[in-house]
Design a protein. Structure first.
Length: 1153
């Protein structure tokens, strides 16, 4: 495609935006509610042109409209809250609905039956809006403020309420993370959107197609929480699983607030099951959280404010057991160094060799097993001085685990929130909120304060999150309304391992210091000892965010409620996280073994190799900070058509477009697989070269322009208490072409040193000069089509940018039954296509060559590229001979090629579920929710690879040539899940049903008690058995399944053998194992019971004190993790951890005023 063609998507989007703006159309996504109804006379006939007013009962603000000739009316864009609806018409009494509640995105129906009389008379109808949804066919769950502040929530995070929704489970069957790492009705994990006051608070995780929550408000600042999981209005896009919609509290005409303090302390907790069995005590931990909310009027009935502040300090233990060199070993004396069998580990001198009788090179041992001081490397000795001395005996034979350190990991966070709502008039209002959340994480340096070589895993971290939204809403006429909204989510994260370290202080060459992305202590990793130095990918400098413009234009035309608009998200990421920015040196014990190709268990030592200054491998990542951008546009039209008073049709159409990422300095590259390489050899296909972006094409990806999404739903009111609903929708989720934290291939590099050129017969490079021929530096675009010839290469494949898609559908029946409750049964399903799979190689070996055998494929043959590839760093392709297998792979001019960060969209999934839900809204002091899901999810890949495997559910592919063999139960499949919740205000006390005449003492002791609880139980997920040491070309070999893996009995009796290990066997090399990707055999299930006991003490006027005791896992039931599933591992089938902690208790004190 021409460069002009590459620019076409952005030009087209700009044209569409200009067209919409010229029509007066704003942009949009909504969290507000609406009310519709019909004005009727006593006979049921319509009352035309009636005047309708809806009033916010807490703020005094109101909106007015006029019914049409058929008596129909609708009021939209109402913030969630308490309302009163009045209807007036000449010759009839004024109709007043009494207070009723509108939830997030609720479309409520309130019909007004007028009675003949004077307008000055008022007919007040007590009750609430209809409980049954008769207007839109979506599925989900609303959690109101009463439930939010009443249910147990030890994490004090409102995202925990996502798991109250049918069809929502934690990734890989794990307990729920307070993030977007959940699976909703067959979606992949972390593909959902989270909106706070109508704007997104997630950013796109770099190059992964997933979302990452950046800001979550304090629990006491949340007014309402809604999660939609199937069929959304066309105004919602860029989601594959669900939309979480949270609304923060706003001020009212009354000043009111809450102050609170919560304490968690290890002294209140039970012990971990495995710690108990081992006789270990409960480790110290403590969490303090204090804060408050306060709101009220700035100008009554007009301007309101609401502020929040929260402080959290958490302390948790950090312990570390390590193996460090002994005093003798530091002096080069290994005469007391033994293996587990008690044998002395003989150390051989790699500089003292001879040719034995068999013609092989052999090394001589050091006399007395001691390395002479004169042979010790000066740099190694300086690095050795940073190892701590042993402080405990360790293993009595090997001496391992001879050092122990402990300290306290401290996390401190703040949350501040300010919201202002202003009503210019009945027709215009403005709302704005700013939230700020700075935090720090300080791990202990167990080697001592400012010791630069301690391998920190956690920080220190300094971070912050910002969330801003401003919205203006204008009622243009009684039947037309528009709004515009701007939001910004911004997060900064700096993880910095201690002080800057000067590499030359160790004696390393200055050129390493000059090329270091960050100057930190390099990593020294001798085999058999715990490493020192900066852990890989620990250093991080990250700033990211998203600008989100959204809104809507609504028009009511008879029975049609029309809504149209668009939204734009502009993502940015400034990022640096190199692997080993100052280098890593790995010292294998094989350097000091007798034979350079084999090393028995009683020979060699990694520290001895380090003292001799002979690493076996190393890394040095040159990876500069990158500044990537991407954008997203969505356009939609929605028509909710009330055909009759019983039948409503939801029709929507949406178009999404992702503008693929670009980098502000154009440091991006991509593969051109059809272009001929400058190196051509007869008989070999050498197509495939690096290309670089330029002014004509700034993104390495092709644009995906095919994201048109129809949405169709129907809702039928069989009678006022029964509805039947059905819907279908198509959704496109994030592509892999969003922002990314690394430059393109050619602009970053891992400069791996070569310490030998003859398989460790002689040493080629030293620590003092690891790169005798010069470091491999990023060439940028300077080499053009010759970039990385002869080397391993990876960059983007432009055509792999296709948005994954989900088709979702549902059929449901709702029925209002006794006790102000609703019972619902539904079938829901989804089909995912073009999902990313964990495979990145461009050069897999064709299976037709597998039968040659590994020996023949590894044989040296004449190298046709010898003399054409001259780069001295191309150690495999610049020699006269080359392994046969390298010439049989595609693109033989490269030493391996991959698609780097653009995995192919070849995955698919299927999901079917029966869901039943019963919900009793809060009345008479009681609310309840119960739901059950019976489901099945099948896919051929449960996650993509690389930077998403940490989310859980990742299983590698065995045979990349045909994914039909990968089809199995999903790693996220949870067959059964039941959730029960209850919030109960006991009916005893002076302000409750019984006890109104009690004296203060009786009320203090017996009155004002509340109890709330959440119970959840679910099946385990299918186990994915892999194989340790398996061998299959370009895949991950699985074992053979030769029997039934099932075992029976209590889990506690099967901890050492959860399944039958004899059900598996090892297949031959390069033969596919018969075990499926996931077994039809599941790991342990999940069962939790959390509860809170609350005592309310009334003070004077509107003031009260609340004392709370909350507990997670009240019954202290051990919830075991999945077993080890690596066939060939000594721990195969063993369970050694729990997935949910023991009983934990939190004490709380709240003051309401």
């Amino acid at each position: 495609m021409s460069s002009s063609g590459r620019r076409m998507p952005v030009t087209l989007v700009h044209s569409l935006v200009l067209t919409l703006l010229s029509c007066g159309l704003a942009f949009g996504q909504s969290f507000t509610a609406s009310v519709r109804g019909t004005a009727k006379d006593p006979s049921g006939a319509s009352v035309p042109r009636a005047s309708v007013t809806i009033t916010d009962a807490d703020r005094g603000t109101r909106q007015t409209t006029t019914a049409d000739e058929a008596g129909r009316f609708a009021v939209t864009a109402l913030p969630p809250g308490q309302y009163v609806l009045t209807v007036e018409a000449p010759g009839f009494k004024r109709f007043s609905s009494g207070r009723f509640t509108l939830a997030v995105q609720q479309q409520s129906t309130v019909d007004a039956r007028l009675e003949v009389g004077e307008v000055s008379e008022t007919l007040e109808v007590r009750g609430s809006a209809a409980l049954v949804n008769t207007t839109i066919a979506n599925l989900g769950q609303v959690v109101d403020n009463q439930t939010i502040v009443s249910l147990p929530n030890l994490g004090r995070n409102p995202m925990a309420f996502t798991y109250l929704t049918p069809g929502v489970v934690g990734s890989g069957g794990r307990p729920g993370d307070a993030n977007t790492n959940f699976v909703a009705n067959g979606s992949r994990n972390s593909t959902s959107d989270v909106l706070l006051d109508g704007v997104t608070v997630v950013t796109v995780e770099q190059n992964s197609g997933i979302t990452d929550l950046k800001y979550s408000p304090a629990v006491d600042a949340v007014q309402e929480f809604k999660m939609q999981t199937n069929f959304f209005s066309a105004e919602f896009g860029q989601t594959g699983g669900a939309v979480v919609n949270m609304v923060t509290k706003s001020g009212t005409n009354d000043f009111a607030g809450t102050a609170y303090y919560f304490l968690r302390n290890s002294a209140l907790n039970a012990n971990n099951w495995f710690s108990n069995r081992a006789g270990l005590t409960i480790p110290y931990s403590r969490r303090d959280q204090l804060g408050g909310v306060f709101g009220g009027p700035l100008i009554k009935n007009k301007t309101f404010f609401f502020v929040t502040y929260q402080y959290t300090k958490a302390q948790s233990p950090l312990t570390d057991t390590r193996t460090v060199p002994t005093l003798l070993q530091r002096q080069g004396d290994f005469s007391q160094t033994r293996n587990a069998a008690g044998q002395v580990m003989t150390i051989y001198n790699p500089f003292d060799t001879f040719i034995n009788a068999a013609g092989n090179l052999e090394r001589r041992p050091f006399p007395g097993n001691v390395i002479p001081a004169s042979m010790m490397d000066a740099i190694a000795l300086r690095a050795l001085s940073y190892f701590p001395l042993p402080n405990q005996p360790g293993n009595p034979i090997t001496g391992t685990n001879n050092w122990f350190g402990q300290g306290i990991l401290q996390d401190v966070g703040h949350q501040m929130n300010v919201r202002i709502d202003h009503n210019f008039s009945e027709r215009s209002r403005l709302s704005a909120r700013y939230s700020y959340g700075p935090y720090t994480q300080q791990p202990p340096n167990l080697f001592g304060e400012q010791a630069p070589a301690f391998p920190l895993n956690y920080g220190p971290v300094v971070g912050s999150a910002h969330s801003f939204v401003a919205e203006f809403t204008r009622t243009q006429s009684p039947t037309a309304l528009w709004s515009v909204r701007y939001g910004l989510t911004y997060a900064a994260y700096i993880r910095d391992p201690l002080e800057t370290f000067d590499l030359t202080g160790l004696g390393l060459p200055r050129y390493m210091k000059d090329q270091a992305t960050f100057s930190v202590f390099p990593r020294f990793a001798p085999d058999g000892y715990s490493p020192i130095g900066t852990e890989g990918y620990l250093k991080m400098d990250r700033q990211e965010g998203v600008h989100h413009v959204s809104g809507s234009y609504s028009k009511i035309l008879g029975g049609h409620t029309l809504k149209a608009g668009a939204e734009m998200r502009w993502n940015f990421l400034d990022y640096a996280q190199p692997g080993y920015p100052s280098g890593q040196f790995i010292f294998g014990r094989g350097i000091t073994c007798r034979d350079r190709f084999s090393c028995p268990g009683n020979e060699g030592n990694g520290l001895a190799a380090m003292l001799l200054g002979w690493p076996t491998s190393g890394d040095f990542h040159i990876d500069p900070k990158v500044y990537t951008r991407s954008a997203y546009w969505g356009f939609y039209v929605q028509d909710d058509w009330r055909i009759t008073r019983k039948l409503t049709l939801n029709l929507g159409l949406r178009y999404d477009f992702d503008v693929p990422r670009w980098e502000t300095q154009d440091r991006m590259s991509y593969w051109d697989l059809e272009a001929q390489s400058p190196i051509q050899v007869a008989g070999y296909d050498t197509r495939g070269v690096f290309r670089f972006v330029d002014g004509g094409r700034r993104s390495p990806f092709d644009a995906d322009m095919n994201n048109l999404q129809p949405r169709v739903g129907v809702a039928y009111a069989l009678n006022p208490k029964t509805s039947i609903r059905a819907a279908y929708g198509l959704f496109f989720t994030l592509s892999r072409a969003t922002v990314f934290g690394h430059t393109g291939g050619g602009f970053n590099v891992n400069s791996t040193p070569s310490f030998t050129l003859d398989s460790n017969a002689t040493r080629y490079a030293t620590l003092a000069d690891p790169y005798p021929k010069g470091m491999l530096l990023p060439p940028g675009r300077s080499l053009g089509e010759r970039t990385f010839l002869g080397l391993g290469a990876g960059t983007i494949l432009p055509g792999n940018n296709r948005n994954p898609e989900y088709h979702s559908w549902n059929l449901s029946v709702q029925r209002e039954i006794m006790w102000n409750s609703v019972f619902e049964v539904n079938y829901t399903g989804s089909r995912g296509t073009h999902l990313f799979v964990p495979f990145t190689s461009l050069t897999p070996l064709d299976p037709q060559y597998w039968s040659m055998g590994r020996t023949a494929l590894a044989a040296a043959v004449p190298n046709p590229f010898y003399g054409l590839i001259t780069d001295p760093r191309a150690t495999n392709l610049n020699r006269p001979t080359v392994q046969q297998v390298r010439l049989l792979r595609p693109m033989p001019q490269f030493d391996g090629a991959n698609v780097a960060t653009s995995e192919p969209p070849r995955g698919d999934s299927y999901y079917h579920a029966l869901q039943m839900k019963w919900e009793k809204r809060f009345s008479h002091g009681l609310s309840m929710l119960a739901h059950y899901t019976w489901s099945k999810m099948i896919d051929n890949s449960s996650n993509s690879s690389g930077n998403t495997s940490w989310l859980g559910g990742s299983t590698n592919l065995q045979y990349v040539w045909d994914l039909r063999g990968e089809r199995s139960l999903s790693a996220h499949d949870v067959a059964h899940r039941v959730v029960l919740t209850a919030v109960w205000q006991l009916p005893f006390g002076r302000d409750r049903k019984w006890g109104s005449g009690w004296n203060r003492l009786a009320d203090l002791v017996l009155g004002g008690w509340d109890v709330s609880a959440v119970f959840a139980r679910q099946s385990g997920v299918p186990l994915a058995v892999t194989q340790s040491g398996g061998a299959i070309w370009d895949g991950t070999q699985r074992p053979n399944l030769v029997g039934d893996p099932s075992t029976f009995g209590p889990i506690t009796s099967r901890l050492d053998s959860y399944f039958n290990p004899d059900a598996f066997s090892k297949p031959p090399t390069d033969v596919r194992g018969t075990a499926p990707r996931t077994l039809n055999y599941r790991g342990p299930g999940l069962q939790t019971f959390d509860a809170v006991l609350i005592k309310n003490v009334s003070l004077r006027r509107e003031q009260r004190l609340q004392l709370r005791v909350e507990a997670q896992n009240v019954l202290n039931h051990p919830i075991f993790s999945d077993p080890n599933t690596s066939y060939g591992s000594t721990a195969f089938g063993q369970i050694t951890t729990t997935k949910i902690g023991p009983r934990q208790v939190m004490l709380g004190l709240k003051y309401y005023f």
